[in-house]
Design a binder for this molecule. Structure first.
Ligand code: GAL
Length: 315
């Protein structure tokens, strides 16, 4: 059972700490990476946690796979957000991308460096080693998202504030660089996520309201390069996406049906460790995508059979 926006316990009985996260499937096991905001973290660190599951419901804590002890040696305030792990088939390595940010001299904001960081590991849940940080394609990059196309090609979605939009960018052969932008979508969208469903690409994101929820929007296109449609509301706008912000779209291809799960964060800005996850199956197809409760006013309890892809709702 998944109970959206409620406390979600791991195998240790602790609230899962994988905010701003995403999931990859490695040999039939799902791995969920995200920001670990545990209150007892060393204040000099911004760890990335990894959890593993066979059914997307029961999650085993695999550890803080990246400690994040100011790896880019930023002076002043800094942080790591929205980690995403890609499995590079060409090298066999697991490559973690993260939004790494901090102050620049003479400015108060912690979001001025606007870079991505990379760390690598030989195994999916081992200790990731820092590689470097940089601005992808020389551009400012804040929220990042992950998309792996059906042909295995990996893309980084990154928000580019000075350009007023976001890029969908192909990773290099070894995944250690961002090779080229395949699309720039001039719309102020962050928390970007993409899914391909029934031959159509759907891209989703939130508006730029920081930790505060807003009406998340999606657009569609037959090709990643575009042309992309206008953006439309994912949920009734007055619900502010039921208080959540997009982080990932997870496609589960089962034997019976394909289910696309919206993964959102319900941020609690004054107590980030208590932030919740709003996951819910989307109504999707024919160019439409909707986050719609099966019954009642807000997304309720549901469960999924990852083998068949079938979803069941709790009445
Ligand atoms: C949001 C962003 C979060 C975090 C937050 C800080 O816009 O999606 O990941 O950076 O701002 O205010």
């Amino acid at each position: 059972m998944i109970d959206p926006a409620k406390i979600w316990l791991d195998d240790r009985g602790q609230h899962i700490q994988a905010h701003g996260g995403a999931i990859i499937d490695v040999d039939g096991t799902y791995y969920w990476f995200g920001e670990d905001r545990s209150p007892d973290n060393d204040p000099g660190t911004c760890p990335v946690a990894c959890y593993a599951s066979k059914d997307l419901i029961n999650w085993e804590f695999r550890g803080q796979v990246f400690e994040g002890r100011n790896p880019a040696k930023i002076e002043g305030l800094w942080q790591i957000e929205r980690p995403k792990v890609f499995h590079c088939k060409a090298t066999g390595k697991f490559v973690m991308y993260m939004h790494i940010d901090g102050q620049v001299p003479g400015h108060w904001s912690r979001y001025r460096r606007a870079e991505v960081g990379i760390a690598v590991c030989d195994t999916v849940d081992g200790n990731y080693e820092w590689v470097r940080s940089f601005r992808p394609l020389g551009k400012e990059s804040r929220d990042i998202g992950q998309f792996i196309d059906d042909d295995g090609q990996a893309y980084l979605i990154f928000e580019s504030r000075p350009e007023g939009g976001f890029h969908i960018a192909r990773l290099s052969e070894n995944y250690l660089d961002v090779a080229e932008s395949v699309a720039f979508i001039k719309s102020p969208i962050e928390g970007g996520a993409i899914v391909k469903y029934d031959g159509l690409y759907y891209c989703l994101g939130s508006q730029l309201t920081g930790w505060w929820p807003n009406a998340n929007k999606y657009a569609t296109s037959e090709k990643l390069e575009g042309p992309w449609s206008e953006f439309r509301d994912l949920a009734p706008p007055e619900t502010l996406t039921y208080g959540s912000q997009s982080t990932y779209l997870l496609k589960v291809v089962g034997s019976e049906t394909t289910t696309v799960i919206y993964m959102g964060d319900v941020w609690r800005p004054y107590e980030l460790a208590d932030s919740r996850y709003l996951w819910y199956p989307l109504e999707i197809g024919g160019g439409e995508m909707a986050l719609k409760p099966d019954s009642g006013w807000a997304p309720g309890i549901w469960s999924l059979d990852v083998r068949s892809g079938d979803v069941e709702y709790d009445e």
